[in-house]
Design a protein around this ligand. Structure first.
Ligand code: AGP
Length: 612
């Protein structure tokens, strides 16, 4: 969603801000802007549309502040209140023009604040909820910016990550957060502030994440942190292990393509040092469970959204099957509001690539409030879910920039399998089965390489179906979540209406939609129930729907008679979702490319969904 970047140092702020915004583009946005402060004057350049338009305007600007300033703030806006236009774009200024702010989140009581300001003759000019906050800060200002911000934030309901500056105090930026991430990058003689680490990695690895209700006052002499009562707070400096190049797409046409091809390595990183062959188990030290703690768990609840939820479903199946522990996966937004029954022997696993998804975070808070043991499975180190859960497992997948999640999914499933293995070995799983599963998990990178090697063959299949308007994905058992994920990938990037179904469910309604132009991707690899799925695929064929059969090596006859066949390496059922989803990622990607779609920033989508 929206992105924030701020800079205070010795270098030219405008260049750093625009570059930072480019790095945040993947989050999804529809307008962009920067504000720079020089010689006690603030100038703002903003526009609907792309960062590249903003860059052109900045590069050709004659404004002294844009050319010379060493301090400034920038923003990419993903419209919530009011359409994407110049007035609604950030940064927002107060009526006097002396104060300027960028904001992520939603000010829920913006209408009442706006009418309160109107009573003092202050009129807002945009449709946004954000503008009221900078007007309020200017109204509360009595000579100290952080005091005015603290006063204003006490009146606000909702979520915010903000950075503010004023020409009354030129060498200062003030950042604050509640519910919307803010990370500071501590460089040499400079400080960066952003909503997401990817904007600061090229400049420094030392990062400090603000916690809710923290304020950071950034000046030439360094950073001071306070809470809203102005008491000092101390936050840990973390070292980010991401490489700046990892967030560039290099020679690949798209981030999504690069990230799909990174999967052998990202899985290697996710499993490195975590397989204990001698004991036939997994070492997940971040979970901080003794075998006895693990043995006390009566139920595992997995909460997440979208692709992460699909990875959680694979975990649900694996934990029940291997560890004989009751497991459930739930859409995180539903979890919070349906008042779930939670006991102290429940383990709640929050699964999120970004670690910032508002619905998943809300589920974490609800589960903690109800006394469950909560752990996170996140990719972004230091993200809010990772910090609030306090224990868990990092994916180590590296930065995922493409909005359509790919390498995060395969790493999440790898981690889920290790989690199931660890729990299973404290219960009934014998040593030899544990060793066998370790061996298969270790082979995952190689299996994925075999699938990626078929990219051209899958592209040829994709081109045949690029003009369809509907598609179905069917699977059973461990391949049911894979069917859901395949459909999600296709709809996200190609805008084809796609649905994933349990193969048995097709007959209970969806089959009515089948016709000659509606392909069905049937997941017929070797998992229990394959023969029944084969029967369901035949039912589709009988209704003239073209069938793309995904089969296992050695069982090619399962694909006989169908329109297209993709052969994947044979592996145990719990392993199968990974190679299968990689094949479906490639299929979606090549279809979307053939349709000329925007791959990395699909319409309407945001990489991390930080509002409920
Ligand atoms: C996946 O391709 C999507 N972009 C989306 O479903 C995503 O997985 C979901 O929003 C959850 O995000 P998270 O993993 O960062 O929590």
């Amino acid at each position: 969603m929206c992105g924030i970047v701020g800079y205070l140092g010795k270098r030219k702020a405008a260049e750093i801000l625009v570059d930072g915004l480019r790095r945040l583009e993947y989050r999804g946005y529809d307008s962009a802007g920067i504000a720079c402060l020089y010689d006690q004057k603030i100038d703002v350049i903003k526009n609907p549309g792309k960062v590249r338009t903003l860059r052109e305007r900045v590069e050709s600007s004659a404004l002294e502040s844009i050319k010379k300033a060493n301090v400034g703030i920038g923003h990419t806006r993903w419209a919530t209140h009011g359409p994407p236009n110049e007035v609604n774009a950030h940064p927002h200024q107060d009526a006097s023009g002396h104060f300027v702010m960028v904001h992520n989140g939603i000010i829920e009581n913006y209408k009442s604040i706006r009418s309160g300001l109107a009573q003092h003759g202050i009129e807002c000019i945009s449709d946004t909820d954000s503008e009221v906050l900078i007007q309020l800060i200017a109204f509360c200002y009595e000579g100290n910016l952080e005091e005015a911000i603290a006063e204003s934030l006490k009146k606000v309901k909702g979520t915010y990550g903000i950075v503010v500056m004023t020409d009354h105090e030129p060498g200062k930026l003030v950042a604050a957060r509640c519910g919307s991430p803010i990370v500071l990058g501590l460089g040499k003689n400079e400080t960066l502030v952003a909503s997401d680490a990817s904007a600061i990695i090229p400049h420094t690895r030392d990062a400090v994440y603000l916690e809710d209700f923290d304020m950071a006052v950034i000046t030439e002499t360094g950073v001071q942190m306070f809470d809203l009562q102005r008491s000092p707070v101390d936050r840990e400096v973390m070292e980010m292990d991401w490489d700046a190049c990892a967030a560039e797409k290099g020679e690949h046409a798209h981030y999504m393509l690069k990230e799909m091809f990174e999967q052998p390595d990202s899985i290697r990183n996710a499993i490195r040092g975590r397989l204990d062959f001698e004991m036939g188990t997994a070492i997940l030290s971040g979970l901080d469970f003794s075998p006895r703690d693990a043995a006390m768990i009566n139920r595992v609840l997995v909460v997440g959204c979208g692709t992460s939820m699909h990875a959680g479903m694979v975990g649900e199946y694996a934990i029940e099957e291997m560890a004989s522990i009751l497991a459930e996966v739930e859409q995180a937004a539903e979890f919070r509001y349906r008042n779930p029954i939670i006991t102290p022997s429940d383990l709640v696993l929050a699964i999120s690539q970004s670690g910032e998804t508002a619905d998943t975070l809300a589920a974490v808070r609800e589960a903690k409030h109800k006394g469950a043991v909560v752990a996170g499975i996140c990719n972004v180190v230091g993200s809010t879910i990772a910090r609030e859960t306090g224990r868990g497992v990092y994916l180590h997948a590296g930065p995922e920039i493409g909005v359509a999640s790919t390498k995060a999914f395969t790493c999440q499933v790898s981690v889920m399998l290790m989690m199931a293995l660890k729990l299973a070995r404290t219960r009934r799983m014998p040593l030899n089965e544990g060793e066998e599963l370790c061996r298969w998990i270790e082979r995952l990178p190689e299996l994925v390489e075999q699938v990626l090697a078929q990219s051209d063959a899958i592209k040829a299949v994709a081109q045949k179906y690029a003009d369809c308007e509907n598609a179905f994905f069917i699977g059973r058992g461990y391949l049911y979540p894979a069917a859901l994920e395949g459909a999600l990938k296709l709809k996200e990037i190609s805008y084809i209406h796609a649905e994933g179904y349990h193969a048995a469910e097709l007959k209970h309604g969806p089959i009515a939609l089948l016709e000659e132009k509606t392909p069905v991707v049937a997941l017929l690899n070797n998992v229990p129930g394959k023969d029944k799925t084969l029967g369901n695929a035949e039912e589709c064929r009988a209704r003239k729907a073209p069938v793309i059969a995904i089969v296992s090596e050695g069982d090619e006859e399962a694909g006989e008679g169908f329109n297209d066949v993709i052969v994947l390496p044979d592996c145990p059922p719990c392993i199968a979702p990974i190679p299968t989803v990689v094949a479906l990622q490639l299929l979606s990607y090549h279809i979307a490319v053939a349709r000329g779609c925007e791959i990395d920033q699909p319409r309407n989508l945001a990489k991390s969904v930080t509002v409920e």
